[in-house]
Design a protein around this ligand. Structure first.
Ligand SMILES: NC(=O)c1ccc[n+]([C@@H]2O[C@H](COP(=O)([O-])OP(=O)(O)OC[C@H]3O[C@@H](n4cnc5c(N)ncnc54)[C@H](O)[C@@H]3O)[C@@H](O)[C@H]2O)c1
Length: 370
């Protein structure tokens, strides 16, 4: 069956959806019936999709095109108003992560989707990885033994241009509305959501004892180097230690410490390492999974409701005092202007140690965190 789609957000991450939609159109699975963006399409997108209806107002475009589903891949603080348009138009929704910048907004999307009887998938693509599914199954079957804890670490590097690319980048709030673009709630949001899902603790009430250490190396409102620890309804301790100020970036890893086995999930690479043995897997994208859900009732990888625990984390971070600026002696700098980067020497080892020991930066006595 061919499903009709509207995409809101035609540049930025929306480019990933355009590539996927082109492939799915070639297979007859979908038909893109409209594009929405505040800015005109770039030359390449115009060449490929310039024959489709385009509007800067999503409500108008939805009224004209009446799609089966709409994808919202726009800045976080626009998710609620655009989701309202989609659901009120009677279309199913694929909403980019994080679903909302506050608990109230997440609840409103969830309530409206349920009220309208429409599906709402959230674009946490790590939950569509075969590596995630295999590990979740092993854990649920007790194959790793008792779970002593789950530690995640991530060490990326971002230049000044990353924070200059959009008005909402690096903001806690913009023009009085929450944005929540911190390292834990946006770039490394997948680590948080994946760890919680592996523990089958995805509901709002499934997490407690949250403790966040929020730090930054730049003149931004949000954290770029952070450590979160919490306890889940299964009494599992989860830590997530991340940075965007690494000198030697590496892909993030979720480490599951079982009493019998140890698993490392490299969620961006669909790689599972079980007691040192690597297994490579494939993945099903959030869009493909939503199509299968609509066609055959397949279970959604990430229903909006399953973002409850994630949103509780986000709300906790929103309520935590503004991140502390790490002082100059602990930092090194490289490049100028848009390519300028700031590093915390040794931060790669610190995030890894946090995941191994389930400890916070302060407990590890990292000098820049004290
Ligand atoms: N799943 C992932 O791995 C992943 C990766 C990157 C970004 N994202 C998410 O994708 C979303 C978009 O991020 P981005 O970096 O591409 O943002 P962006 O600032 O680049 O904006 C994307 C597009 O949305 C358009 N836009 C902004 N406001 C709009 C509105 N009100 N109506 C219509 N179009 C509008 C912009 O003009 C732009 O073309 C965010 O939720 C982000 O967290 C997800």
């Amino acid at each position: 069956m061919t499903r009709t789609i509207v995409l809101a957000g035609a540049a930025g991450y929306g480019g990933t959806y355009l590539r996927e939609i082109a492939e799915l159109e070639a297979r007859g699975r979908v038909r893109l019936v409209g594009l929405c963006d505040l800015h005109p399409l770039d030359t390449d997108t115009h060449k490929q999709f310039g024959d489709r209806p385009f509007d800067s107002r999503l409500d108008r475009l939805l009224a004209e095109t009446k799609p089966d589903l709409a994808i919202v891949a726009t800045p976080i603080h626009t998710h609620l108003p655009l989701s309202r348009h989609v659901l009120n138009a009677g279309s199913h929704l694929l909403l980019e992560k994080p679903p909302a910048p506050s608990a109230a907004e997440w609840r409103e999307v969830l309530t409206l989707a349920r009220h309208k009887g429409l599906s709402c998938q959230v674009g946490f693509q790590s939950l569509g990885s075969g590596a995630y599914a295999r590990l979740a199954k092993l854990m649920a079957a007790g194959e790793l033994g008792e779970i002593r804890g789950i530690g995640c670490y991530g060490a990326w590097s971002r230049d000044a241009a990353y924070y200059q690319r959009a008005a909402w980048a690096g903001r806690r709030e913009l023009d009085g509305v929450p944005v929540a673009d911190g390292a834990l709630t946006n770039p490394f949001a997948h680590a948080v959501a994946t760890a919680l899902a592996l523990d089958r603790s995805t509901g709002w009430d499934d997490v407690a004892d949250l403790d966040a250490e929020l730090l930054r190396v730049r003149d931004i409102q949000v954290d770029d180097t952070s450590c979160l620890r919490l306890r889940t309804r299964h009494n599992t301790v989860i830590t997530i230690a991340v940075t965007l100020a690494a000198q030697t970036p590496t892909e993030p890893v979720v480490v599951v410490h079982g009493t019998q086995r140890r698993a490392e999930l490299h969620y961006t690479r669909d790689l599972l390492v079980l007691d040192g043995q690597p297994e490579h897997h494939g993945r099903t994208s959030p869009l493909e999974n939503l199509l299968a859900h609509l066609d055959d009732g397949a279970r959604l990888q990430c229903d909006i409701e399953a973002c409850g625990a994630f949103t509780r984390v986000l709300e906790h971070i929103n309520a935590t005092p503004a991140p502390r600026l790490i002082s100059e002696p602990w930092l090194t700098r490289e490049g100028d202007g848009p390519t300028a980067r700031t590093h915390i020497p040794g931060v790669e080892q610190a995030v890894r140690a946090s995941a191994e020991k389930l400890a916070t930066f302060a407990e590890l006595a990292e000098p820049w965190a004290l």
